[in-house]
Write a protein that binds this ligand. Structure first.
Ligand code: SF4
Length: 423
């Protein structure tokens, strides 16, 4: 367990780096939003009853729709090495695909138990892909809670798709937008980017397995989510080039993101301005309603979603809040530089966690609102703190102009509730 103060580019600022006890969800949680993004995909967790319970409580039990995720439970005999879990897995997958011909993309999702018994799911995916080719493609990734945080599940899932992205069968994306987005946000971005004049905009993840993007060495990609380091590295290995940008949160964040994409294609700012003028004005008007409620309020972020740095940029620059500490599980500076440099030098940036020490700093700082994981929210509320669950910021559409007001409201609502309770 250690705490280190390091000086770190690009802002040349000190970063508090901690390696102690952490309070985070595991990467399986990503399935909750990913299964809605890719409509003909199925996520088969290879795990324990604990994994199944986590998913059921995180996603709710789907009674009316055919579920798009399930858990293949590793039994005691699998864990004790008395049975070959590969045989059991093959039978489970055969049964599933025979019953569900709508599945076109199957993810085998690793967990702590499958990692502990060293079940090689990438080999299993190759074997099962060959067996069910061409109807179903089988991929694998790990959602294990060993040394991960919950948004890494999406990163691992998207990275697993990159290797198989085709070249040559259809025009490659000139711009690839990377990161799961709610349909409404994705459609807005597609319209805006096309109107700006960027040709061949494609998305990862795609809406369907048949819309898997094509890439080649001329493809440029822009991240819509900040936690996709492994996916970025996989894309760069395939020759795609990263467009550095702020993340599209709030009005200024969205404009900066669109502008960065346009500049990469030599499209003049005046074209971006004319396309974004109206939606940006709408977004600013929506933000106006919350500025008085949020201005000068203080916020403290515990590390959880990896959205913390762009969110702090939005809250401090666009609605006048003051960030006291911004904790993030990992600080991928290459992909966060634009937002990071906009945070004032007084803000403490911390990477990793030593939860007891951080709780002490939070108690001393007495923020108006604390953004944290579910596990810390209730105890902090009990102590009189106002909290916001960071996972809600992942489940809610918050990117883009038309969602800027909703994003501000997510922070204004708990503060307002607290005021009402205090009357
Ligand atoms: S993957 Fe690990 S941390 Fe996540 S629910 Fe399963 S056992 Fe728990």
């Amino acid at each position: 367990m250690s705490t280190t103060l390091i000086s770190s580019p690009p802002a040349g600022r000190d970063i508090l780096r901690e390696r102690g006890q952490r309070e985070v969800f595991c990467g399986l949680t990503g399935i909750v939003w990913l299964h809605r993004s890719i409509q003909d995909a199925f996520f088969l967790i290879v795990g324990s009853r604990t994994c199944a319970h986590l998913m059921q409580s995180a996603a709710g039990v789907m009674i009316f729709a055919e579920p798009r995720f399930a858990t293949a439970i590793l039994e005691d005999k699998d864990l004790a090495g008395l049975a070959d879990p590969n045989d059991e897995l093959d039978k489970t997958v055969d049964r599933l695909l025979a019953r569900r011909p709508d599945i076109k993309l199957l993810f085998l999702v690793g967990s702590c138990p499958s990692e502990v018994i060293k079940l090689d799911l990438s080999k299993a995916a190759t074997r099962l892909s060959a067996r069910h080719n061409p109807n179903v493609r089988v991929l694998s990734y790990s959602g294990s809670g060993i040394e991960t945080t919950f948004t890494q599940g999406e990163d691992a899932c998207l990275a697993s798709m990159v290797e198989g992205l085709a070249t040559g069968t259809k025009p490659a994306a000139s711009l690839l937008v990377v990161g799961a987005l709610a349909d409404v946000v994705r459609d807005q971005f597609e319209r805006l980017l096309t109107k700006i004049g960027i040709p061949d905009v494609q998305f990862l993840p795609p809406k369907n397995a048949s819309e898997m993007p094509n890439i080649d060495g001329d493809t440029q990609y822009i991240l819509a989510q900040p936690f996709l380091r492994d996916t970025s590295l996989a894309l760069e290995k395939r020759g795609a080039q990263h467009i550095a940008a702020s993340y599209p949160l709030g009005v200024d964040g969205t404009t900066a993101w669109l502008r960065a994409a346009a500049q990469a294609f030599d499209i003049h700012d005046s074209q971006v301005n004319s396309v974004t003028e109206l939606p940006a004005a709408r977004g600013r008007k929506a933000l106006e309603r919350y500025r008085d409620k949020l201005k000068d309020k203080t916020v403290f972020f515990f590390p959880d979603s990896q959205l913390e740095i762009p969110l702090a940029r939005f809250l401090t620059k666009e609605v006048g809040m003051t960030a006291l500490e911004v904790g993030t599980p990992y600080l991928h500076k290459d992909y966060l530089a634009d937002d990071l440099t906009q945070l004032s030098a007084e803000v403490v940036i911390s990477e990793g966690q030593d939860v007891e020490k951080q709780l002490d700093r939070c108690r001393e700082a007495k923020p108006d609102i604390t953004v944290c994981g579910l596990g810390l929210a209730n105890p902090l509320e009990d102590e009189g703190f106002t909290t916001k669950w960071s996972i809600e910021l992942i489940f809610t559409p918050i990117q883009g102009y038309d969602q800027a007001g909703d994003l501000a409201e997510l922070f204004a609502r708990p503060l307002h509730r607290k005021t009402r309770l205090a009357v």
